[in-house]
Design a binder for this molecule. Structure first.
Ligand code: MN
Length: 152
């Protein structure tokens, strides 16, 4: 029997034998004040369940990719960009990020924005927006306002 079948919560949104990692390690993508914890990485399931936490004022990378995200917000509140739509999100909201869809999460309010995110273990690398992509995105006023607010 594996010894890690039960890993207890040690503090709010922290768990035994789960490392709190930098959101992205290669330094190639813009983001601000985000941590990543891999809660489950099961070969048989073919997916990972991660917990991300975005500190107040922080945001994830604006990106898109072929793989899909299934997101459950579990802490705090904020906004997310999905394609050309900006939505408010809060606890227990479920967010699907479809393939090839620009997305970014931004914390709002005094508490961190925490969310679970399920992905395929094998997945393509995220694509970052080029100048033309940003130009197209910012033709939508709500998206332009969202991206302005999320600037580092
Ligand atoms: Mn993504």
């Amino acid at each position: 029997m594996r010894e890690d079948l039960l890993r207890r919560q040690t503090a709010p949104f922290r768990w035994d034998r789960v490392s709190v990692l930098e959101y992205k390690q290669d330094g190639s993508a813009p983001f601000l004040n985000v941590t990543r914890q891999v809660l489950f990485d099961e070969v048989e399931l073919g997916c990972q369940l991660r917990y991300f936490e975005v500190a107040p004022g922080g945001h994830t990378t604006l990106e898109r990719h072929e793989h899909v995200h299934a997101v459950v917000v579990v802490r705090g509140a904020g906004r997310c960009l999905l394609g050309t739509t900006v939505r408010e999100v809060g606890p227990q909201d479920l967010v699907t990020v479809p393939a090839r869809t620009w997305h970014q999460f931004r914390a709002g309010g005094p508490e961190p924005l925490g969310f679970l995110c399920m992905v395929n273990r094998e997945r393509d690398r995220p694509e970052l927006p080029g100048a033309e992509d940003l130009c197209a995105l910012t033709t939508v006023p709500a998206v332009a306002a969202f991206l302005d607010a999320a600037e580092d």
